[in-house]
Design a protein around this ligand. Structure first.
Ligand SMILES: Cc1ncc(COP(=O)(O)O)c(C=O)c1O
Length: 363
């Protein structure tokens, strides 16, 4: 077999020993390392999935008209984004696959640079490497270098929970456009504001209704507990979305029909999103004071699913400290070479497990 692209090591493998140690805790493990939902899929979504369980035919890559209309309406209701053409909505098989394949699907290659945040979700780099692109990591506010073809934004951020203001988003979009780059804004934590309110890159305060060169990448994994369904969508610049649709049709990158129905139902109902937000908010209220009481500084974390925490020591030392208490966290080094002193602590465990973690942290 020919060798594929040189990809970074899969970071979670490095955590295996700490996770094994944590599992030996007599009170049971509390896994706060991955942002995987633990609350049940809302009934309204399960039922919608089942309504299409009998359908034998191929679904459309573009998604049903109902799905696209529901996405347009949800973007307006939830995030105040108006002016999206339903034709410019494209469902994705979760958002990770889109993140990992976007540079390739956009036709980028070895002559292109992909700019990602200095501390970032690892799949941005993976996607760039799959396409053979060079990667640059940008500090907040840093302009992309000449030759950059794609700029990833992520507010609220995984892992830091940092929120970019509308004016910071606007500057980032302007800087990308000046470099001739497409902007992909990964907005999968937009429904989880705590201390500040994030905005979509498609909001008028950022782009004044001009979606040119801007894509917003959305996931239903966290907002609707649909990580298991693989449910997301991308929208924004109609021409770019049409190009993605064209390739994805050929490549068979199709969201299954029952999942399309589930996405439609999820995007049409805000009540469950509020319930889920309240659950994560309550867990945050338990973990955050516990971490502070134990001497941690929690940086950023003003929105999203993570507490970006440090005691000023090496991240692996902190990871080991948590493992000794039966808690699994993710070291900051998973997210970039500079984040050597933070760990990422997810709010994704049951109330009972989060309470156990808080007790152990403060004991
Ligand atoms: C920033 C970010 N983008 C994208 C994803 C992918 O989510 P999914 O593939 O479940 O939609 C995640 C998952 O944790 C994430 O943190």
């Amino acid at each position: 077999m020919r060798k594929g692209p040189a990809l970074p090591d899969f970071p979670w493998d490095a955590l295996a020993d700490h996770a094994a140690k944590a599992r030996t805790h007599p009170g049971g493990v509390v896994d706060l390392s991955m942002g995987t939902p633990v609350d049940p899929v809302p009934r309204v979504i399960q039922e919608a999935l089942a309504t299409k369980a009998h359908e034998p035919g191929y679904p459309t890559t573009h998604g049903t008209p109902e799905l696209r209309e529901a996405a347009v309406a949800a973007m307006a209701r939830r995030f105040g984004v108006t002016g999206i053409d339903p034709a410019a909505v494209l469902p994705t098989i979760g958002s990770k696959e889109l993140v990992a394949w976007l540079p390739k699907l956009l036709g980028l290659g070895s002559d292109d640079i992909v700019a990602i945040p200095a501390v970032a979700y690892p799949t941005y780099e993976v996607g760039a490497r799959i396409a053979g692109c060079a990667v640059v990591r940008l500090e907040d506010g840093e302009a992309p270098p000449a030759g950059t073809s794609l700029v990833w934004l992520n507010s609220p951020s995984n892992p830091t929970g940092r929120v970019l203001s509308a004016s910071a988003m606007r500057s980032a979009v302007d800087a990308a456009r000046s470099a001739g780059a497409i902007v992909a804004s990964d907005e999968c934590y937009l429904t989880l504001p705590w201390e500040s309110t994030p905005v979509s890159a498609l909001h008028s305060s950022v782009v004044d209704g001009d979606f040119d060169g801007v894509l917003a990448v959305h996931s239903l994994s966290k907002s609707s507990c649909l990580a298991g369904y693989r449910a997301g969508f991308v929208t924004g610049d109609a021409e770019l979305v049409a190009g993605l649709l064209g390739i994805r049709k050929h490549a068979g990158m199709i969201v299954p029909r029952p999942v399309q129905a589930a996405i439609t139902a999820a995007l049409s109902d805000d009540a469950h999103v509020e319930v889920q937000k309240a659950r994560y908010g309550a867990r945050r209220e338990v973990l955050l004071p516990a971490l502070r009481a134990a001497g941690f500084t929690v940086d950023h974390s003003e929105a999203g699913l993570y507490l970006w925490s440090t005691r000023g020591e090496d991240a692996w030392e902190t990871t080991a400290w948590f493992a000794d208490r039966g808690i699994v966290v993710a070291p900051g080094t998973f997210y970039g070479p500079t984040s050597t002193k933070h760990v990422r602590i997810a709010l994704t465990a049951s109330d009972e497990r989060v309470a156990a973690a808080a007790e152990r942290i403060t004991a």
